[in-house]
Write a protein that binds this ligand. Structure first.
Ligand code: HEM
Ligand code: HEM
Length: 141
């Protein structure tokens, strides 16, 4: 990717921390609420609210990469598989996230399952997509 196409330091930190915080809080709630592991600690309203708030920041982070990073990434012909995959996972998460709030009650159960299965796929893909940068991010802080 050309130097011009690289993210600035603040944007890279913001995108990585919001995506990871959203994925980790969603996964914690999944463990507690769906799989009943440490239900009292992980499956409660506070963890769900934390996830909802981080999801707002993750959406903002997605917005920030849509114009520039996407164009530069596509032009570089690198990381297409993980890039396009996470883009479609995020689109699905936004739609199912909205349906969790405003969708019809009779499809809620399948929306919940679609949301967390795609959520786990996003988590894994995002870590693969940014593995090198997460290492740098860690050693900087
Ligand atoms: C078509 C879609 C995409 C393509 C082709 C793509 C491509 C790339 C490439 C080639 C790099 C490595 C840059 C380098 O090492 O200099 C990269 C890094 C990165 N990508 Fe993507 N990307 C895509 C979508 C996304 C999306 C949707 C996000 C956010 C959710 C994202 C977040 C990041 C981050 C945080 C990095 C590490 C920061 C950096 O290297 O500047 N990418 N991407
Ligand atoms: C940008 C990505 C995401 C967005 C926009 C998003 C959005 C949302 C929203 C709006 C809710 C409903 C919150 C509430 O009822 O107060 C929710 C619930 C949930 N999310 Fe996410 N989420 C995202 C990523 C993830 C990821 C990566 C996971 C990981 C597994 C995940 C797992 C869950 C779970 C388990 C629930 C609870 C569903 C239920 O039983 O009601 N989400 N999400």
């Amino acid at each position: 990717m050309s130097r011009l196409g690289r993210m600035s330091g603040w944007q890279r930190s913001f995108v990585i921390s919001s995506m990871l915080a959203c994925s980790m809080s969603g996964s914690l709630y999944l463990l507690g609420h769906e799989f009943e592991i440490q239900r009292a600690s992980f499956g409660n309203r506070y963890i769900l609210a934390t996830h909802g708030i981080f999801a707002i920041f993750a959406t903002l982070a997605l917005g920030s990469v849509l114009s520039f990073h996407l164009k530069a990434g596509i032009a570089s012909k690198k990381k297409w598989l993980s890039g396009f995959s996470q883009l479609s996972f995020l689109a699905t998460l936004l739609i199912t996230g909205a349906l969790l709030y405003y969708g019809p009650a009779d499809i809620r159960d399948s929306v919940v399952v679609t949301h967390w299965v795609v959520g786990l796929m996003l988590f894994a893909t995002f870590v693969l997509h940014t593995a090198r940068r997460i290492e740098i991010f860690r050693s900087q802080h």
